[in-house]
Design a protein around this ligand. Structure first.
Ligand code: MN
Ligand code: MN
Length: 324
């Protein structure tokens, strides 16, 4: 059994080498992997700005800063996980349904091998083929979605597939169990007073940003855990969940959001959920400005996902551990 882990940054500096995620080996050896980082450089599903096709590249570049130990979870990720950078799934720019097919085909073997994919988007439209691939192997899934938008509209411009309709399509296709699924962080102006009701009608629980502010993060996470229970869950993190002050490089920013610190708290408290796949989407490096802070946020979100999966593998967080 080969254990794949990042290059040793005490031997070669972090700014050196080819830009894989966290300096991991670029291989498709699923037999020896627990987790695969996979890029999905597709942005034809976006309704406003475009440019998420460069998201995976931006996130991989920013990820070179990351280190293997997560003190907040007290876990050395690569003591418990063999992780590969699988490369990107194929896409056809401009052609969403054909891209969906190729993305699903690209991801399904990863699930079949028992490997957990962490997908780097791409606009949020890629969640549909991600869920098709995951559900083909695991059956219908619970969803935890962090996003300022519910993405449950029916259509845009008369078209059914784009980044604003994915979770409605996923329910229609039986990929999700809405009774186990929850959307968190919705805010911003809408087209109509009933827009969020569409999620409730589909069977999702929805806690808008105002609701999170009333409940607090701990209580919100308790609701998430209660909702999901022990179901197999897909966690989808749209970076516009975070305020544009911390994440400007995104497609449809909404002000009045969470800090990057709060996003970390949400993710860390998901420890124990049975995650079979996850993504971080909607990174548009050309709107990121100096410092690439949105790509850095997304790289850290993926690092938290790795930590959660490593905790699952280890058998949980030590009960005595207090988060520093
Ligand atoms: Mn979204
Ligand atoms: Mn969004």
């Amino acid at each position: 059994m080969i254990r794949y882990e990042p290059a040793d940054s005490f031997v070669t500096p972090r700014f050196s080498g080819v830009r894989t995620f966290m300096r991991l080996p670029n291989t498709q050896d699923l037999e020896n992997a627990d987790v695969a980082i996979v890029g999905a450089p597709f942005d034809t599903g976006a309704s406003f700005r475009v440019g998420a096709r460069f998201g995976p590249e931006g996130i991989r570049s920013a990820s070179h800063l990351l280190r293997p130990y997560n003190p907040s979870q007290d876990i050395i990720i690569f003591e418990h996980l063999s992780v590969i950078d699988y490369g990107d799934v194929p896409v056809v720019p401009g052609f969403i349904e054909e891209s969906y097919e190729r993305i699903r085909e690209g991801l399904e073997p990863i699930h079949r091998a028992g490997v957990v994919p962490i997908v780097l988007g791409g606009d949020h439209s890629i969640a549909l083929p991600e869920l098709r691939a995951a559900a083909a192997v695991h059956g219908s899934l619970a969803l935890v979605q962090f996003d300022s938008h519910a993405d449950t509209w029916d259509s845009y411009f008369g078209k059914k597939y784009n980044h604003g309709t994915v979770f409605r399509r996923a329910v229609e296709e039986g990929l999700l169990d809405p009774a186990r699924s929850i959307q968190v962080g919705m805010r911003g102006p809408l087209y109509d007073a009933g827009d969020w009701d569409a999620s409730l009608e589909l069977g999702f629980e929805l806690i808008a940003t105002n609701g999170v502010r009333e409940l607090g993060i701990d209580e919100t996470v308790a609701r998430i855990s209660e909702r999901v229970g022990d179901a197999k869950v897909y966690v989808s993190f749209d970076v516009d969940f975070v305020d544009p002050a911390f994440a400007p490089g995104t497609g449809t920013p909404e002000i009045g959001g969470f800090t990057s610190r709060e996003a970390q708290e949400f993710l860390r408290d998901l420890a124990g959920l049975n995650i079979v796949g996850c993504d971080v989407v909607e990174v548009y490096p050309q709107y990121d400005g100096a410092g690439q802070i949105t790509a850095l946020l997304a790289a850290n979100v993926a690092h938290e996902f790795l930590s959660l999966i490593a905790l699952l593998k280890r058998g949980g967080r030590p009960t005595t551990h207090t988060k520093p």
